[in-house]
Design a protein around this ligand. Structure first.
Ligand code: BG6
Length: 502
């Protein structure tokens, strides 16, 4: 790990430089790192893409991206001038080996000027079909370097299924060492997600109760109000399982269920997360039927505006079988979690936008209060709210002040909005800094990705073979399909929703 990146020169080669991710996330994050004085003086960004544009046009495009998307608002002229002087553009045809030649010349030239070996980052913000060929062409142009000075960053989706993920891992690992490969899952860079480990492993009071002995069930919900927007073409081949559950939601589950790592080393933390995936109960055709639900949104109303159904979105098939909602009941078959259900759901065009992990504790073993006192009774619950609200809430029963003995649920809250909490960085800022520092803790290792695919393949295969006959089965702006309510209701529970209620 590089402790002081300011002492090192960096060359950041950004493939897919004219794409949406570059403008929306990557350049704004790099700019904010620059504003916060994280970047070294010798830091050069080379945007690479098919378009034949000049440096100035590229700079203008990314400035628009910053002005629209940066958490710090519009760029100030003086600061932007200083930052953008480090941004250049190079036309590259990803499929052609010789097209990468100028990159090698640029890299050599900078290293010569700096009289120092540079840290080289190849960032692949491109469609997955280009991952393999770009990596190959990088290697054929002697740009792969070694573990100490070169890394490759790959955006999701990492593969389409277990086979393609294995294939891609094989390809990348034949060119780069695993220590050079950074597979992004941007959820891991979120402040609130990183805090899960801090919260669990820095507070001794939690460990004794963090198991089947005290926990009744866990719910992980990532609900979005947005539809597929302009990404219909991509989403048709993905669906909620590949887009969200295979990566973001399973990572949240791993962080919730993992054993305490011995230390904070990247491989130690990732080993403990892989242990969880390995312990997860595999699906049979019977449990696919009883433990999984899929949905697709039809037209509906979102905050007073009528919106179209998924099948009417651009680039979506009129009879699409792609799920925009998925709910699954998982089990982690190990000593700590045996018998505790982990319910997971995610959906687009839901009535609320919220990402939460709710841990419901077991009920008290015996009620000592008269029934009139317990009308508002609720089992203790811990809610880790990831976004948009960023908080941790512990719900407890207390006596309502007054002459009667009446119990009420009260919240003990840690809220990131608290004025004593400093501004929280964007996930991409954290992840980009980690890449520069060569810290792989928050990135997916090859075996993690494959384990997650392996777990989900039976459901994915089954959903592909048996087309859904009742799509669309939930209206935009609703709470998802009724079958998702039934999935959890069968066990005597219900999905918790915001505002937090019983
Ligand atoms: C992306 C998915 O990985 O995550 C999108 O491809 C989804 O479909 C997005 O909307 C959600 O991310 P966030 O950070 O907005 O919760």
């Amino acid at each position: 790990m590089i402790k002081n990146i300011k002492d090192q020169p960096y060359l950041f080669l950004l493939y897919g430089a004219t794409g949406d991710l570059t403008a929306r996330k990557i350049i704004p994050a790099l700019y904010n790192l620059f504003l916060d004085n994280w970047l070294p003086d010798e830091f050069i960004i080379i945007g690479c893409s098919y378009s034949k544009i000049e440096n100035e046009e590229f700079r203008k495009n990314v400035l628009e991206g910053v002005n629209k998307n940066s958490r710090k608002g519009k760029a100030e002229a003086k600061q932007w001038k200083e930052f953008s002087a480090r941004i250049f553009y190079q036309h590259v045809d990803f499929n052609t080996i010789s097209s990468f030649k100028p990159l090698k010349i640029i890299v050599d030239k900078y290293q010569e000027d700096w009289k120092k070996e540079a840290q080289i980052i190849h960032y692949l913000a491109v469609a997955p079909k280009f991952f393999g060929i770009i990596a190959y062409n990088i290697s054929k142009n002697n740009l792969t370097g070694n573990c100490e000075n070169t890394r490759i960053v790959v955006e999701k989706p990492f593969g389409h299924d277990l086979e393609s993920a294995k294939e891609l891992n094989k390809k990348l690992c034949s060119i780069f060492d695993e220590k050079q490969i950074y597979r992004i899952d941007h959820y891991l860079g979120k402040e609130t997600v990183q805090n899960i480990m801090a919260f669990r492993f820095a507070n001794s009071i939690l460990e004794p109760i963090w198991s089947r002995n005290y926990i009744d069930h866990v719910q992980i919900s990532v609900l979005e109000q947005l539809g597929v927007e302009k990404r219909g073409g991509y989403y048709e081949g993905a669906g909620a399982m590949r887009d969200m559950i295979q990566n973001h939601l399973l990572q949240l589950l791993c962080l919730t269920a993992m054993e305490t790592p011995i230390n904070f080393n990247a491989d130690e933390v990732r080993n403990r997360k892989v242990d969880v995936l390995r312990a997860m109960r595999r699906f049979s055709s019977e449990s696919i039927r009883t433990h999984s639900v899929r949905g697709q949104y039809g037209s509906g109303w979102m905050e007073g505006t009528e919106v179209s159904g998924y099948r009417q979105e651009p680039e979506v098939n009129a009879d699409s079988n792609t799920e925009t909602f998925a709910a699954i009941k998982f089990f982690v078959d190990n000593w700590r979690w045996e018998g505790v259900p982990f319910y997971m759901r995610t959906g687009k065009r839901m009535h609320e936008a919220s990402s939460t992990i709710s841990i419901q504790f077991r009920d008290v073993p015996h009620y000592v209060f008269p029934s009139e006192a317990t009308n508002n009774w609720q089992q203790n619950r811990l809610i880790i709210s990831i976004q948009p609200e960023m908080s941790i809430t512990l719900q407890l029963q207390t006596k309502r002040p007054g002459l009667d003995m009446v119990l009420n649920t009260v919240d003990m809250v840690f809220n990131y909005k608290d004025p004593t909490v400093t501004e929280t960085p964007e996930a991409y800022e954290t992840l980009l800094l980690d890449i520069m520092q060569s810290d792989q803790t928050l990135f997916m290792r090859a075996d993690q990705v494959e384990e997650a695919w392996e777990l989900l393949m039976p459901i994915l295969d089954s959903w592909q073979t048996k087309e859904s006959v009742n799509f669309p089965n939930y209206a935009a702006g609703s709470n998802g399909p009724e079958t998702a309510e039934a999935l959890i209701a069968r066990d005597g529970f219900h999905w918790f929703s915001l505002p937090l209620k019983q």
